[in-house]
Design a protein around this ligand. Structure first.
Ligand SMILES: NC(=O)c1ccc[n+]([C@@H]2O[C@H](COP(=O)([O-])OP(=O)(O)OC[C@H]3O[C@@H](n4cnc5c(N)ncnc54)[C@H](O)[C@@H]3O)[C@@H](O)[C@H]2O)c1
Length: 259
């Protein structure tokens, strides 16, 4: 078991990669706080973990709210007995446009890609320190490594996550707290369907969303989008002691796309 006796939090764990991560970490021996705005999804994931013999606690939360971004750490620490790791996975595709941008959309994208990351981290560091160290993982994106023309705000926010991770990783390195970012390329989840349907994908007119997802795969050296479980495997590695000398860096999980 690669996460035996570890306790931690996964945000946006009601779906996609976050769900796959929560289930996988629990299978590897971790006790997991399952956090998501969708209370039914949270219960379903906790049920799935428990019926496989694992340990999990449900924490519904709206991570656009600072109180919730902080509360999840308090509740998880109380329920699980401490915090060894956090996977700050929540994010938001943000507005497609720049011209005529609705600032409310900008604020939501920044809240879910960046602000919650900062607030939850602020609350979690002392908990992790109290355990003698641990690991923080953040979901950026390949859009945090190179530009994405169809999502400028998302790109800006995810570059921000990468910068934050590098700086915080250096800052906490001597305290045995590792800080890394995972950078998925297109992964087959509900969020990918939001991206592929963006208006500036003009040449895709006439294709349905499934065809658009497949088409996105054609641009990737491995010829397909990733699966949530493949990103969860990389997250497991970065959060486990196997990555003991890896901090302040990024791992692209993108089928070769950023090469
Ligand atoms: N899917 C991709 O292609 C892709 C690629 C790169 C990076 N990412 C990043 O991965 C992360 C999540 O993506 P996914 O594809 O696993 O998502 P998904 O669409 O499968 O799930 C997103 C989850 O976030 C939850 N959520 C939405 N708003 C919330 C809020 N205010 N508070 C708490 N939870 C909220 C939803 O209920 C949902 O369960 C994001 O950070 C995203 O930027 C996704």
């Amino acid at each position: 078991m690669r996460m035996k006796d570890k306790c931690g939090i996964v945000t946006a764990a009601g779906s996609g990669m976050g769900r796959a991560g929560a289930v996988r970490f629990a299978r590897e021996g971790a006790a997991v706080a399952v956090v998501d705005i969708d209370a039914d999804a949270v219960q379903a994931v906790v049920g799935e973990i428990e019926s496989a013999g694992g340990r999990a606690v449900a924490i519904p939360a709206d991570l656009t709210r600072d109180e919730d971004s902080r509360r999840i750490v308090r509740e998880a620490a109380n329920a699980l007995g401490g915090i060894d790791f956090v996977w700050n996975h929540v994010g938001h595709p943000g507005p497609a446009s720049v011209e005529g941008i609705e600032m409310e959309d900008f604020d939501t994208a920044v809240a879910l890609n960046l602000r919650t990351v900062l607030v939850t981290t602020d609350a979690a560091i002392s908990e992790i320190r109290a355990r003698g160290g641990g690991a923080l993982l953040y979901t950026a994106s390949t859009s945090g490594l190179r530009a994405s023309s169809f999502s400028p705000v998302y790109s800006a926010a995810k570059h921000g996550v990468v910068g934050f991770v590098k700086a915080l990783g250096r800052r906490l390195a001597k305290e045995n707290i590792r800080v890394n970012a995972i950078c998925p390329g297109p992964v087959d989840t509900p969020m990918l369907r939001v991206f592929v349907a963006r208006p500036d994908q003009q040449s895709t007119h006439g294709l349905d969303r499934e065809q658009l997802v497949a088409r996105r795969g054609d641009t990737i050296p491995m010829g397909r989008p990733g699966r949530p479980e493949e990103v969860a495997s990389a997250a497991l590695f970065l959060l486990s002691d196997e990555a003991s000398y890896i901090t302040a860096t990024t791992l692209a999980v993108d089928g070769g796309a950023t090469a």
